[in-house]
Design a binder for this molecule. Sequence first.
Ligand code: MV4
Length: 497
Amino acid sequence: MTFSSVLIANRGEIAVRIIRCCKELGIETVAVYSDADRLSPHVLLADKAYRIGPPPATDSYLNIEAIIEAAKRARVNAVHPGYGFLAENSMFAERVSAEGFIFIGPRAESIAMMGDKITARTLMEKAGVPIVPGTITPLQSVEEALTVAGDIGFPVLLKATGGGGGKGMRIVENADQLPSAYKSARSEAKNAFGNDSVYVEKYLMDPRHIEIQVLADSHGAVVHLNERECSIQRRHQKIIEEAPSAFLTDDLRQQMGDAAIRAARSCGYVNAGTIEFLVDASGAFYFLEMNTRVQVEHPVTELITGIDIVKEQIAIAEGNPLSFSQEAIRIRGHAIECRIYAEDPLNNFLPSIGTIRNIQSSLGPGIREDRGVQAGNRITVYYDPLITKIIAYGRTRQETISKMDRALSEYNIQGVITNIPACLAVLRHPLFKKGMYNTHFMQDYFSIGITATPDENEMLATAVAASFSVHDHIRKNETPGTQTGSRSGWKSKNIPK
Ligand code: MV4
């Protein structure tokens, strides 16, 4: 089947990304929007747009009835869920299909299986994909947790079966801490996921977070598009991603790619998906979770492989076989993505709420920008404060870092405070430049005083002072702060290049 019309059940940059892809394919685009998004780029770009409710996501972008109603009215062939919102809601996928539309994503069963972390671990174990040592059944008692922890050794990590993304986890260092951690993990899981089931894993001390992109068609072909290194994150929010990983050898890359393909096959996966792994310093890797959606960081993979992942998602959903084999997939060059958030480092990194007065992009050779907001739009409390994604592509990692530095230094956003200075500080950090980092990088080097070296503390103090001056303007209600790499004092004179 060839789609003539697709509804995009999302907002922001990913909705724009999908709309642009549909336009290239000659497919009519149908946007949905909340009252907060009436003038957002995804609405203005689409051929048609339907209001689905008031600003709160539960009343709009999570409102299954309203979205189905819009799909019926617009008579679309298919629905693309993007990421977040309903993208990994198996009931939504089921409902879309039941109403006669094609869901541009995996089967509802695959989503449900991978959403249950114990089911996922069990499937991986059967498929020969390494999992972190621990249980593959829900813990029945604190005694069982103690026994398992005794076997695998402390520290251990309690995780929620219905969880993911770091919610409801408890690190347990010794037997004394176990009973209270067990109790609180269960009650937090119950509150957050309506499911108090928890399991236990060996806690890996300094892992890297490396994920493999896969594509699977409806005819049984599964390929992988290599890895993305996603260790630069704060509180489980990724900030900088890159491909390829500076850490992987060709041998390890192939092993992880093969494991990812086995993982996708284990749940009868169709469409684009991502297998997340934790990788320790010795190169041992362990399955963490499978993400059954297109991801925020998909562009870095597109740049190094030349494959348009959203286009492939649509082709797969149309029932077409993949047009390339694993052997045809090559890595060329290096790509880095920086997620630019409206957030305030001096206010505990809470979203910097306000109207974007002006945005001047800094495109240039090797710079891609995926953005879903424009001047006049508001960063609100209702949605993720992601403003834009800058993606740099060069021949080498070093060249790519330079391109990103140039682009971020020149980028100019007025009206809200952003994490651009923080991204620049990471790019210029000696250990980042060497590719020597793991999931603790942000915590280790960008928390004043605790673990950072004197040099790093000085860099950070300069950064905080710089954002103070920006901040002051806004506090005093003067002209909203102009924040660019250069004007906020983050240029090379402060940070070693
Ligand atoms: C772990 C771990 C160490 N050992 N599991 C965090 C998000 C959730 N998906 C799983 N996470 C982790 N699981 C074991 N057995 C460390 C983390 C973790 C982490 C993982 C990936 C990226 C960033 C992270 C930050 C803190 C903890």
